[in-house]
Each structure stands twice: as structure tokens, then as C-alpha cells.
Design a protein around this ligand. Structure first.
Ligand SMILES: Nc1nc2c(ncn2[C@@H]2O[C@H](COP(=O)(O)OP(=O)(O)OP(=O)(O)O)[C@@H](O)[C@H]2O)c(=O)[nH]1
Ligand SMILES: [Mg+2]
Length: 318
């Protein structure tokens, strides 16, 4: 009897999270619906996101076609954001890499936004990949100027167009048999890319607003899709602002490659907590970083110092 109990548990990956239930996937079962076991529901009340897309879990069959989630495996990576309101959100678990999608035009993705994403990716256990999308909307020269900033810093950078297919074959090599989390501001083309790579219209997409030049927040739940060769993609809702309050000051500095590379000049092997001897601080003041990137870094550090900054919008709404 005991033997039989053990054998009914099966491994799955969480592929979508709804309020009250989950969709879980395994190669043999495909996608099925699941609920949390009672005991796990109490854990879930304490930890805000104990089960997220990408989590590896064990589940057993329940009544009807549903399954019950019994256990979560240890996460090998996870991507976090923490907003000014103090909310910590885990966006996905166990991805090998995070593809930060940056739209070259319509909507605009600012470098400051990219740097915040890259700082969060830096501590996540996933490798960054920067995908500049909508290559068809700008000239080669314009694209090259933006791509080269991050390529010269040592990032893996690729320009793609879902409209013309440019860069897609090369991208597939980067994605091959890995789990990739697709992230970016609304309208950059995350779902369009997922549909193109799966060759199915799985996700709804919609045009960018002509009045604001912003995306319409079409995707509302993350979705994990496994292709026939095991390549796994996770589409996610557009991010307005990537709160980085979960990061320490030294982690933010280290997420800038031009500063991280200076750490070899540090006298102490452990971080000196950014004293005046810190090689990264000295490099920052010595000008190894461009003015634009220094500004972006200072804005990130500023949001740590002043997490409850009152914005103009807050004042108006009071
Ligand atoms: N010209 C051009 N348009 C594109 C490209 N990729 C996507 N689009 C368009 O951009 C718009 C937004 O695409 P989505 O895939 O919905 O964007 P998203 O990132 O999933 O947006 P959210 O779900 O709101 O986060 C759609 O009208 C797409 O057709 C591209 O390579 N070139
Ligand atoms: Mg989408």
C-alpha cells in the first residue's frame, strides 16, 4: 500500500498560476490543473509567492482530472523585484537565462530600465541575454548605436525582428534546450516572440497605443511553454517599473560590468562594504563609466536611499 502511495506522486513544472489554482506540466501528462494541499496553503499565506511559474513540484492525482501539489523542489534560480510599497515578488523560478527584451522603437525602452532589469538578473542565478526587438523599425545605424553599448560591456546582445524574422535563427541557438524567461516593458513583443518560436498563436498580442506609444499590458499571467526538443520559454506580463529594493548597494555596483571588473584590484578578498578603499567606488569616481551610465547607477542607488520617495503623482492624488 505504502509502495503504491509513493508511486502515484509525479514531477511537474508549474506552467501558469491563477489565484486559486495552478496549471502544471509534465512531458507524459501535458498540462493539467492542480491545487495546493491544505498544509501548503498555510505556507503560501506566510510566503507571498511560494509557488511560481518554473517551480518544480511533486503532485498526486485528486478527484476528477485535478492534481494536488504536495511538495516544491529547491529552486536553482529565481528572479525577484521589490517595489517601493515593500512588496516582494518572485517572477519565476529555475530559469537558466533571462532574456531582457528591449524595444528599439514603439514603445521606447530606456537604458535606465534595462540597467534595473540587469541588476535584478545579476543576483538571480540566471544569465542575462539582451534582445533588442523591432529591428525592422529603425535604421541599421540606429540599432548598432544602441546594441553596441551593451555588447561592449560584455553582455550577450542580439537584434531581432518578429516581422522580418531577422536574428531569429541566431536567437534559437541561444535558446536551444534552455529555460528562458522573457521579460520587458509592455509592448516590446514578448508574446509575439513566443508565438513565433512555438509557431502557434498561443498568446494574445495587441498593438502599441498610438497616443502614448506604450504597450497595453495584454499579458496578465506568466506562461511556461515547453517545445518538443525541451527548449522552455516563459512569457510574462509587461513590467512598468522594476523595483530593486531587495538588492544591496554593493550588488547594484557589481551589476555594472565596468565596475565589477575593478574588484580584482581590491585589497581585501571580502567586500569592504564600500569604504573609500573600494576599487569599485574609486573607479566610479575615476571615470571608468560613461556619464549616462553613472546617472543610471546613481538613480538606482538613490531609490535605495529614499525608498518612500513621494512622487508628483502621489502628491496630486492626495
Ligand atoms: N514592427 C514590429 N512590430 C512588432 C514586432 N514584434 C512585436 N511587434 C508588435 O508589437 C505589439 C506588441 O506586441 P506584444 O507581443 O503584444 O508585446 P508584449 O511584450 O507581449 O506586451 P505585454 O503583454 O503588454 O507585456 C504587437 O502589435 C506586435 O505585432 C517586431 O519585431 N516588429
Ligand atoms: Mg504579452
Amino acid at each position: 500500500m505504502l509502495e503504491q502511495d509513493k508511486s502515484v506522486k509525479e514531477f511537474f513544472i508549474i506552467s501558469r498560476v491563477y489565484g486559486a489554482y495552478y496549471e502544471i506540466y509534465s512531458e507524459s501528462r501535458g498540462t493539467v490543473r492542480a491545487f495546493l494541499r491544505g498544509k501548503l496553503r498555510t505556507i503560501s499565506a506566510e510566503e507571498r509567492h511560494p509557488f511560481v511559474v518554473g517551480d518544480r513540484i511533486q503532485a498526486e492525482p485528486s478527484s476528477g482530472l485535478d492534481w494536488v501539489i504536495c511538495e516544491r523542489m529547491e529552486r536553482k534560480s529565481f528572479l525577484t523585484r521589490k517595489s517601493r510599497e515593500g512588496d516582494t515578488q518572485i517572477l519565476c523560478a529555475n530559469a537558466d537565462q533571462t532574456a531582457v527584451l528591449v524595444s528599439l522603437k514603439s514603445p521606447e525602452t530606456k537604458d535606465g530600465f534595462i540597467d534595473r532589469c540587469l541588476a535584478a538578473v545579476f543576483t538571480s542565478g540566471t544569465k542575462p541575454l539582451i534582445l533588442f526587438t523591432k529591428l525592422d523599425l529603425v535604421s541599421k545605424e540606429e540599432a548598432e548605436i544602441r546594441l553596441s553599448v551593451y555588447r561592449n560591456l560584455g553582455y550577450r546582445v542580439l537584434g531581432i525582428s518578429c516581422t522580418t524574422g531577422e536574428g531569429i535563427l541566431e536567437l534559437q541557438e541561444y535558446l536551444n534546450r534552455k529555460t528562458t524567461f522573457l521579460v520587458g516593458n509592455s509592448g516590446v513583443g514578448k508574446s509575439t516572440l513566443l508565438n513565433l518560436l512555438t509557431q502557434k498563436q498561443i498568446q494574445k498580442t495587441s498593438g502599441v497605443s498610438s497616443s502614448t506609444d506604450k504597450g497595453k499590458h495584454t499579458t496578465t499571467n506568466s506562461l511556461l511553454i515547453v517545445l518538443s526538443d525541451g527548449t522552455t520559454l516563459i512569457d510574462s506580463p509587461g513590467i512598468k517599473e522594476w523595483g530593486i529594493l531587495h538588492l544591496k548597494k554593493e550588488e547594484i555596483l557589481e551589476s555594472f560590468p565596468e565596475l565589477l571588473s575593478q574588484k580584482k584590484h581590491c585589497e581585501e578578498s571580502n567586500c569592504c562594504r564600500l569604504s573609500s578603499n573600494c576599487a569599485m567606488i574609486q573607479a566610479l569616481e575615476g571615470g571608468v563609466i560613461t556619464l549616462e551610465r553613472k546617472k543610471s547607477l546613481e538613480s538606482m542607488l538613490g531609490s535605495l536611499d529614499n525608498p518612500h520617495r513621494v512622487t508628483r503623482r502621489d502628491r496630486i492624488s492626495k
